[in-house]
Design a protein around this ligand. Structure first.
Ligand SMILES: N[C@H](CCC[C@H](N)C(=O)O)C(=O)O
Length: 291
């Protein structure tokens, strides 16, 4: 099957974007993996699909697959690229659209400066909704909130880390580190992603506090590995830092791929994320029936 795609990136988190507003392609997980493959396919962290409105007061449906082929609930950097895509392809003339995802409705808005701001909805803290299994753990109360001690066992070492656990529609475990450049992302990332206390796996954030209004962040993403930026991860890290009493309500997040700005006014309030969204190129590719 020959398909048309658009390659996009938001702060270096890169995507294959598919337009299914005029009919669905019916791709399989193996075909999504093929599209994400950096050697045999196009190459991307996630594959984003634009579908028609599912109902009243909603402009589009937004479907997200990680490069491992699994469908997931949310993608923040992808939401900004989604907004640019529907504008550039003439699928909307609006400056802001309401978009249905697996985890609810989000609202990306084009900014004057070409950056995009997304209302990502309110973070979710109930452990059963992350989901996270705290059985047998005692929450560590730091400031106004709690972290959890996770045991990470490798053949080489036993490590106990303290993570903040929350959902931005997708699950996140965030730890504070002294320096993201030397943080054990490659070794601890997979152990956290696949930790048995996260039945749906989890995105693992490593946050360095630079000041009350600036952090550095690396994220080992569920289903994709370390990416140059993670939008929901930036939201989760800033929300965690604010609840731990370490950050102010507006924070610049320096990722390896660029800067995101996150604003959150407190529990029950939505998180706003602002950042870049870039179209890299368009193309066609032959997708094998059985890749
Ligand atoms: N890996 C994530 C999905 C993509 C999130 C990230 N690319 C973002 O910008 O939020 C997950 O499995 O929940």
């Amino acid at each position: 099957m020959r398909i048309r795609f658009t390659k996009m990136q938001g702060a270096g988190n890169d995507f294959v974007v598919l337009d299914e507003t005029r009919g669905t392609l019916g791709l399989t997980p193996a075909q999504y993996r093929f599209l994400g493959n950096r050697h045999f396919g196009v190459g991307a962290d996630q594959i984003l699909t634009v579908r028609p409105s599912p109902g009243p007061d909603i402009d589009f449906q937004y479907v997200i697959h990680n490069s491992d082929g699994g469908e997931v609930e949310q993608c923040g950097n992808g939401a900004r690229c989604f907004m640019r895509f529907v504008r550039e392809r003439g699928l909307t003339t609006k400056d802001a659209v309401r978009v249905q995802t697996l985890s609810g409705v989000i609202e990306p808005r084009m900014g004057e400066d070409g950056r995009v701001t997304v209302d990502m909805g309110a973070p979710i803290f109930e452990t059963e909704k992350v989901p996270f299994d705290p059985a047998g753990l005692t929450p560590q109360h730091e400031g106004a909130w709690q972290t959890w001690h996770l045991a990470l066992s490798t053949h080489a070492e036993e490590a106990i880390i303290a993570v903040a656990v929350l959902s931005m529609g997708n699950p996140h475990a965030v730890q504070v580190v002294g320096n993201v450049d030397t943080a054990p992302v490659a070794t601890q990332g997979p152990l956290i992603e696949h930790h048995p206390r996260f039945p749906q796996r989890v995105n693992a954030g490593f946050m360095q506090i630079v000041s009350r209004s600036q952090i550095r962040l690396r994220v080992f993403e569920r289903g994709a590995g370390e990416t140059l930026a993670c939008g929901t991860g930036a939201c989760a890290a800033v929300v965690s830092g604010i609840r731990l009493g370490l950050l102010d309500p507006r924070v610049d997040v320096e990722t390896r791929g660029g800067r995101l700005t996150i604003e959150w006014a407190g529990v029950g309030q939505p998180v706003f994320m602002t950042g870049p969204a870039v179209t890299v190129f368009e193309g066609d590719i032959e997708v094998p029936e059985q890749p």
